[in-house]
Design a protein around this ligand. Structure first.
Ligand code: FES
Length: 115
């Protein structure tokens, strides 16, 4: 239900973001901190902190299967749907992304922001 999302522009161009060598970066969108990850030309957005014990996801890495791996205890999460692929039963919050004319947007469920 992408059209039910509130889309927030986070950059005019993907190259203008502060990417780390691990292919991730941290952005703050209207007071909310989000991790972005680039993997094989697909852009993912997910929670800043791990749902297990608060590890900073952008300080982890992406494995060969395209999971993001938390730096603290190495739990793995599917970046598209947040599923905990290493099986500990947690769920990583994920967000929709889209590019329009090179600009980057993150989609949040409506109600997270007040206007
Ligand atoms: S804090 Fe992320 S796996 Fe433990």
């Amino acid at each position: 239900m992408r059209d039910e999302l509130h889309w927030v522009k986070i950059a005019d161009h993907i190259a203008s973001l502060n990417w780390q060598e691990n292919g991730m970066c941290i952005v703050t969108v209207e007071g909310k901190t989000v991790t972005l990850a680039r993997n094989e030309d697909v852009l993912f957005a997910f929670a800043h902190k791990c749902p297990h014990a608060g590890g900073i996801m952008a300080h982890g890495y992406m494995d060969a299967a395209g999971n993001v791996v938390c730096p603290l205890h190495r739990y793995r999460f599917n970046m598209a749907n947040g599923r905990n692929t290493s099986g500990e039963g947690y769920y990583l919050k994920t967000y929709a992304t889209r590019m329009i004319d090179g600009a980057i947007f993150i989609g949040f469920k409506k109600g997270l922001f007040s206007f």
